[in-house]
Design a protein. Structure first.
Length: 131
């Protein structure tokens, strides 16, 4: 866990650079950042103005490792939820949704009170058990 060259390349480089690094260092595909972000989380955080490289990276990473879509970062956000929170272009969100439609059924946590929300849900479940 840390900031590795693959993380930096995912953040600022094209999909071609990303592909090349993963060919040379395939084990880096699953390396997480300190914030427990996978490469898809990082690609979504790409702040370049050009949407095409972001969409290309998201498409590539969704195909390369669909499990990324269900992984949560240190804020308990999946890449799809992070994209929704950052108000990404709907095309980028659609790329992820088309890869795995089940991501839309995951509880979308878009506020900073996610722990409180989880506690509320747990208490609701315990009430149901008493019935």
């Amino acid at each position: 866990i840390g900031e590795l060259p693959i993380h930096h390349a995912t953040r600022i480089s094209s999909v071609n650079v990303l592909q090349t690094l993963l060919e040379v260092y395939p084990g880096s595909l699953l390396d997480l950042t300190v914030g427990y972000e996978n490469l898809l989380h990082i690609a979504i955080g790409d702040y370049n103005d050009d949407r095409v490289p972001i969409d290309a990276k998201v498409q590539y990473l969704c195909e390369k490792c669909p499990d990324f879509l269900h992984m949560r970062n240190s804020e308990s956000l999946t890449p799809f939820q992070l994209g929704a929170k950052r108000v990404l272009d709907t095309k980028t969100l659609k790329i992820m949704y088309d890869t795995d439609e089940t991501i839309a059924s995951e509880r979308c946590i878009l506020n900073h009170n996610s722990d409180e929300d989880s506690d509320d849900d747990d208490s609701d479940d315990s009430d149901d058990d008493d019935d």
